[in-house]
Design a protein around this ligand. Structure first.
Ligand code: PLP
Length: 419
């Protein structure tokens, strides 16, 4: 099997497994218990929090353990919007967010009297910070914009977005689920090559942005950020929310006083220990790894483009993650391609969802202006640390065979070209 779906999930790394095993096999205590078994579990959680805080260059109490990236996003969006509701009820997010963000905003809009502005994106899926600036008004309390898109890998101009939010004193949350472990932790890396900044003077209630030379961690850009361990070689069912010290948040679950009253529920000690070990492992040698994956990704693209000239890369002209390749195969449909590749032993993903028997094109690609048919034909290839050059060669051959079967004539390819 050739696994090219690392944006969906990653294999557990040995470091994470090793960190988890003692808490699965022997140390089963509840971290809330005051006896020795409980204290052992509490110490593991405290250690993991300290290590993650050091990696992310934040304070340990600014980290909240959750059960997933979805939960972190829900907690950030619902919890921050609700806690700020006496200040205002206008919220902003991009139209290419993950559904864990989008659906939380929809809930606030539909059932809780909030107004949400969904920011349009350009052909690469990037938000325009100037347009963001013009949507902010008195009563805007929260902006949520993902750092890296899960379907295209495109990186948002987070520094400029942060400057705009700071200047207006509006809280900024970012879904960093796909960014973490694929870009370095410094603020400049989260947005790829530096983009030009308009003359927005940062001011406002939060910590000022640091300069590029002393840019701190990427979390210096935002007030809140979501992470998910299984996207960076950690276990499934472990998430993290960074929340800048001093910012109030309403809990979205009810029960105990865990996580400083912010997230009730008995902590998953093994998963938390695994997440911390995985984070360290994922960040090691990250820039060389992204270059390696980027070269393999581009090689795969060249093979695809040679066998299917009408193929188009989505989001390729913006800074993006080195591991992600999103390709439309106009005239074909993504589910057929995905199944044919699966039969060849290649695991990939489509951005589209299969609902009641029909393929619904990706909201991300539609927001980018990709034609419906091209969006319905999109396939996402995502590489990871275990991807080898031999696998990319073999995957390229498999894609070529599948395309030959599904669209045998090169002349046919031309007639499928997208408008
Ligand atoms: N946000 C992004 C950008 C994602 O890619 C995902 C998962 O695909 C999530 C959030 C949800 O994370 P989890 O699977 O941990 O719930």
């Amino acid at each position: 099997m050739i696994y090219l779906d690392y944006n969906a999930t990653t294999p557990l790394c040995d470091a994470a497994l090793g960190a988890m095993l003692p808490y699965l096999e022997r140390h089963f205590g509840n971290a809330s218990s005051i006896h020795a078994a409980g204290r052992e579990a509490r110490a593991a959680i405290d250690d993991a929090r300290d290590q993650l805080a050091a990696l992310l260059r934040v304070k340990p109490h600014e980290l909240i353990f959750t059960g997933s990236g979805t939960e972190s996003n829900n907690l950030a969006v619902l919890g921050l919007a609700r806690s700020q509701r006496t200040r205002g009820r206008h919220l902003v997010c991009s139209s290419v967010e993950h559904h864990a963000v989008l659906h939380a905003f929809e809930q606030l809009q539909r059932n809780e009297g909030f107004e949400v502005t969904y920011l349009a994106v350009d052909a690469n899926g990037c938000v325009d910070p100037d347009e963001l600036a013009s949507t902010l008004r008195d009563g805007t309390t929260l902006v949520s914009i993902m750092s890296a898109n899960n379907e295209t890998g495109v990186l948002q101009p987070m520094r400029r977005i942060a400057e705009v939010c700071r200047a207006r004193g509006v809280l900024l949350h970012s879904d960093m689920v796909q960014a973490f472990g694929k870009v370095g932790v410094s603020a400049s890396e989260v947005e790829g090559p530096r983009r030009t900044t308009p003359g927005v003077t940062p001011r406002g209630p939060s910590t000022p942005l640091r300069s590029a030379q002393d840019d701190g961690g990427f979390l210096s850009l935002v007030d809140a950020a979501s992470f998910s361990a299984h996207k960076f070689y950690g276990p499934k069912g472990a998430g993290l929310l960074y929340l800048r010290a001093g910012i109030p948040i309403e809990s979205i679950q009810y029960g105990g006083a865990h996580e400083n009253q912010r997230r009730p529920g008995t902590e998953n000690v093994a998963a938390i220990a695994g997440m911390s070990a995985a984070a360290k492992w994922a960040l090691a040698g990250i820039s060389a790894e992204q270059t390696r994956e980027g070269a393999l990704r581009d090689q795969l693209w060249r093979t695809i483009a040679a066998s299917f000239p009408a193929a188009q890369q989505n989001g390729a002209s913006a800074p993006r993650l080195g591991n992600t390749l999103n390709v439309s195969f106009p005239g074909l449909d993504s589910e057929t391609l995905l199944m044919a590749l699966d039969m060849e032993g290649v695991c990939v993903s489509s951005g589209s969802a299969c609902m009641v028997g029909s393929v619904v094109p990706s909201h991300v690609l539609l927001a980018m202006g990709v034609a419906r048919d091209a969006a319905r034909s999109a396939v996402r290839f995502s590489l990871g640390k275990q991807t080898t050059a031999a696998e990319i060669d073999a995957a390229g051959d498999a894609v070529a065979r599948v395309l030959q079967r599904l669209a045998p004539s090169p002349a046919t390819h031309q007639t499928y070209a997208v408008a």
